[in-house]
Design a protein around this ligand. Structure first.
Ligand code: PRP
Length: 208
């Protein structure tokens, strides 16, 4: 019997993803975020522990049948996958932030802007819609440093508790959209393995 392969995001969504998989009785094994072993196997499933941004890639290419990914990652990657369920975990907001003194300038018909972000596409689309000419500098983490060091005036990032902004003296300047984690399914798997995958979705939806 072929097992369903599930891409589990490491990082921010890891704990809550493991929790709902356990609650739904899909995952019974102990899985630790610091584990160097990147696969966990059970009788019915294989769990792949992967970088959050890579989850859509594994699912779109069919290496995994199912994955969990935040709207932030999905909007950035725009994968061709089926998205049946909002898991409502990892809720956060995608925002524009900066130093408090940059707030004033932002509200005054800004036409040009420099923005550091892990989400270049989201940032580009947002500012394009606003008619603001944005040059985007892509960073892979610690984005909050950019305004502090004068690399850019603004960042586009996710805010969950607000602690990271606060601890770095930054404030929210504009709101882009909310983000939460979604279940994503490979389109071909959904057709060929519909019964098993539908059962998986039902089990998860029951515990949400
Ligand atoms: C995100 C984001 C912020 C932080 C916001 O990074 O880039 O730095 O979380 O959360 P808070 O409002 O609760 O402080 P993440 O921890 O996902 O790390 P990453 O840089 O590895 O993507």
């Amino acid at each position: 019997m072929e097992r369903i392969i599930i891409a589990v995001p490491k990082g921010r969504l890891f704990g809550q993803t493991i929790e709902i998989l356990k609650k739904a009785d899909i995952l019974k094994e102990e899985v630790k975020p610091e584990s160097r072993k990147l696969t966990v196997e059970s009788e019915d499933f294989i769990f792949l522990l992967v970088r959050a941004k890579d989850v859509p890639t594994y699912v779109e290419y069919g290496v995994a049948d199912i994955g969990v990914a935040g709207d932030d990652v999905l909007l950035e990657k725009n994968p061709d996958v089926y998205i049946p369920t909002d898991l409502k975990i990892g809720a956060c907001r995608i925002v524009v932030a900066g130093l408090p003194e940059s707030k004033e300038k932002y509200s005054h018909n800004l036409t040009e802007i420099k923005v550091a972000t892990k989400y270049p596409k989201i940032a580009e689309n947002f500012f394009k819609e606003k008619g603001i000419n944005a040059s985007i500098i892509e960073l892979y983490g610690s984005v909050e440093l950019a305004p502090i060091l004068g690399l850019t005036d603004y960042i586009v990032d996710i805010v969950e508790t607000g602690t990271t902004l606060r601890e770095n003296g930054l404030v929210v300047i504009d709101d882009i959209r909310p983000s939460s984690a979604k279940l994503i399914i490979n389109r071909a798997s959904y057709k060929t393995n519909n019964e098993k995958i539908s059962e998986f979705i039902n089990k998860l939806e029951k515990v949400l």
